[in-house]
Design a binder for this molecule. Structure first.
Ligand code: ADP
Ligand code: MG
Length: 194
């Protein structure tokens, strides 16, 4: 429990260095001798299940969880309460926003990295909720694979409608795209206000 906790969130498309920034922040906490607990969704099976891994290969040990409740359960079993709770790919964990907000309000520093919008342009509700309580939000940009501009959106190369909004994959399935080259950014789409 600290007197001045922070709640930092790195958001952006795939390949925008969200995980790299999370790992870099974890490195600083290590030098500050903070006790850190790191979590990742069990749904994210792209790399090692016991590590957070960036696309460039940087890693940190992590526990895998299915839900926000799993985070609380894991923390309850730790001999010492951590100073910092970190979560990678937070959008894949149901109820994560409520749990991270609760931890922050109880004096624990929280740091999360997450996609904010699906490939179809739909905001992830867990992320919307968590941003309301965040003290620091960094919108990360990748490089558009078509033109090299800042990319804030994720393009899915093969649309398979059966797989829903969340389908875990890497460069074989997704690539970052800028405003101009992302199909979901359609200015002619009708606006719904009801
Ligand atoms: P994220 O967690 O946002 O998906 P990572 O931190 O895991 O991103 O990986 C970022 C790394 O991805 C970059 O440092 C770079 O090496 C690599 N990368 C591959 N394609 C791109 C791209 N189109 N734009 C930016 N980085 C890319
Ligand atoms: Mg990542």
């Amino acid at each position: 429990m600290q007197g001045n906790p922070t709640f930092s969130v790195y958001v952006g498309p795939m390949f925008s260095s969200k995980t790299t920034k999370l790992l870099s922040a974890l490195e600083r906490f290590k030098y500050q001798r903070k006790r850190v607990a790191v979590f990742k969704p069990s749904l994210d099976d792209r790399y090692d299940p016991s590590e957070v891994v960036s696309h460039s290969g940087w890693t940190a040990p992590a526990l895998t969880v299915k839900t926000g409740a799993d985070i609380l359960e894991a923390l309850a079993q730790m001999p010492d309460e951590p100073d910092v709770v970190a979560v990678d790919e937070a959008f894949m964990i149901p109820n994560v926003a409520e749990v991270l907000t609760w931890l922050y309000r109880n004096g624990i520093t929280v740091i999360a990295s997450t996609l904010d919008i699906s490939y179809a342009g739909k905001p992830f509700h867990e992320v919307e909720k968590m941003l309301a309580w965040a003290t620091h939000i960094e919108k990360c940009a990748a490089v558009c694979t078509i033109c090299g501009r800042d990319a804030f959106y994720t393009h899915k190369k093969l649309i398979d409608d059966d797989r829903g909004e969340i389908q875990v994959g890497g460069a074989e399935l997704y690539e970052p795209r800028c405003f101009q080259h992302h199909l979901a950014v359609d200015k002619r789409e009708k606006i719904h206000t009801e």
